[in-house]
Design a binder for this molecule. Structure first.
Ligand SMILES: Cc1ncc(COP(=O)(O)O)c(C=O)c1O
Length: 414
């Protein structure tokens, strides 16, 4: 197949969409089109639970959104001047999230998290960054991972990562180097309900040491709540970054903050040709209205009911080696094996079971409005079968996944 040859390194432009993230031999390799919660692939139609790695919060190919974008395209794109539309969408975004006074738009999550880092370094005249999750592909973050090839050592040493919401580690870092910390950038929730104590500590430490607190809401923004994690937790950062769901899959991202910080973008360089692309802005313009409080009430309830049922099933796993944890916040449910050394085998096995029922699953459910009761019931059936198999007397996990293991995204730190 021409499109599956080596002309594209890794045969994918996104690591988490690549062939090595799905079990070998039985997984679809390419998508042809999508609608609602369905993905039409080279192997037929699948219910998608990844939803483009999070952005597609309404569903694929939503006609009113498409029409809104097409109307904008008919006015031309890539203008050589800023458009009036940028100011309209910026004002709409500020009022929707009830945070900040000023906005810069971009295309990807990595654009805005990196802009936030540069801005915090410029404001504080410090270099050290502390982070806690995944924040994009740029040097400043990827240098903290095991896939840091090509990142200079001097850059690596400027970012320190804590695991999740480790309060002690955070205190230690601020205690030893607080006067060097430009910012603490955090995913405020990582596939689970917020740790409010940690978030309050983060806010206090940043206040005390003169560091900026940045919420990376690329996942949580426009997913857990209309006002994202800021609205959901009540903790207010200094800057916030949105991406993914704000465009329902159309690339658009934004950084927001108070004018006294954001005006520094007039000095520091954060500029690229398609930063205010009208297609992305049209998607945001439409979605900010569409994602109203009724939308989030319904998505929250759907997620909660599904989560409770999954939890009930997974609690029936008997063998401690095969135990699987399930966590959730509104709009997202995450499965994670308890035993780190079983993680890849269990992940592969679970993915296979979903694939056998024509569902694409990558250990999280990115819930969208178009996931209906049928999708959910079928997924629950798969989970029930997984539990039955894991509990069966002669179940042999190693044999089940032989030759089909998926790759870890970031290898275990040595
Ligand atoms: C929390 C978080 N921040 C930043 C990013 C980077 O976004 P992008 O891949 O759009 O550059 C991601 C991507 O998955 C993310 O999950």
């Amino acid at each position: 197949m021409k499109h599956y040859s080596d002309i594209i390194p890794d045969k994918s432009h996104t690591f988490s969409k690549a062939h090595h993230q799905y079990p070998k031999g039985i997984s679809p390799l390419t998508a042809k089109k999508a609608y609602g919660s369905k993905l039409v692939t080279n192997l037929g139609e699948y219910t998608d639970w990844s939803m483009g790695l999070g952005p597609v919060i309404k569903g694929y190919n939503f006609k009113p959104l498409n029409d809104h974008i097409i109307k904008r395209v008919r006015s031309g794109i890539a203008y050589s001047l800023p458009s009036d539309f940028e100011f309209d969408v910026a004002a709409k975004l500020l009022s929707a999230v009830n945070f900040g006074e000023s906005v810069r738009f971009a295309r990807n999550g990595s654009d805005v998290t990196s802009a936030a880092i540069r801005l915090s370094r410029y404001i504080t005249k410090r270099e050290l960054v502390i982070c806690n999750g995944y924040h994009g592909w740029q040097d400043w973050f990827i240098g903290t991972t095991t896939r840091s090839g090509g990142v200079p050592e001097s850059i690596k040493s400027l970012t320190k990562k804590i695991e999740g919401f480790d309060s002690n580690k955070l205190k230690e870092m601020f205690h030893s180097s607080g006067d060097k910390v430009a910012c603490l950038i955090i995913e405020p929730m990582i596939g689970d309900e917020p740790n409010l104590e940690f978030l309050e500590l983060a806010r206090d430490l940043c206040n005390k040491h003169g560091s900026l607190l940045i919420f990376d809401e690329c996942w949580t923004g426009f997913r857990c709540h209309k006002e994202g994690a800021i609205g959901y937790t009540g903790i207010r950062p200094d800057l916030v970054c949105y991406a993914k769901a704000i465009g329902n899959g159309v690339p658009v991202s934004a950084i927001l903050g108070p004018k006294n910080y954001m005006h520094n973008f007039e000095e520091i360089f954060f500029s690229f040709t398609h930063a205010s692309d009208p297609i992305g802005l049209a998607a945001a313009d439409f979605m900010i209205d569409y994602l109203d409080h009724n939308f989030f009430d319904a998505l929250t309830l759907k997620t909660k009911n599904f989560f409770n049922k999954i939890k009930l099933e997974l609690n029936k796993i008997e063998n401690p080696k095969y135990k699987i944890n399930v966590t959730s916040y509104p709009g997202k449910i995450v499965l994670s094996p308890f035993e780190a050394k079983m993680a890849i085998q269990l992940k592969t096995f679970i993915q296979k079971e979903f694939l056998n029922e024509n569902m694409l699953f990558n250990m999280f459910f990115a819930m969208c409005e178009d996931h209906d009761d049928i999708d959910i019931d079928l997924a629950l059936n798969v989970i029930q079968n997984i539990v039955l198999k894991l509990n069966a007397e002669y179940f042999d996990l190693e044999n089940e996944v032989k030759g089909q293991l998926v790759s870890p995204v970031f290898r275990q730190q040595k």
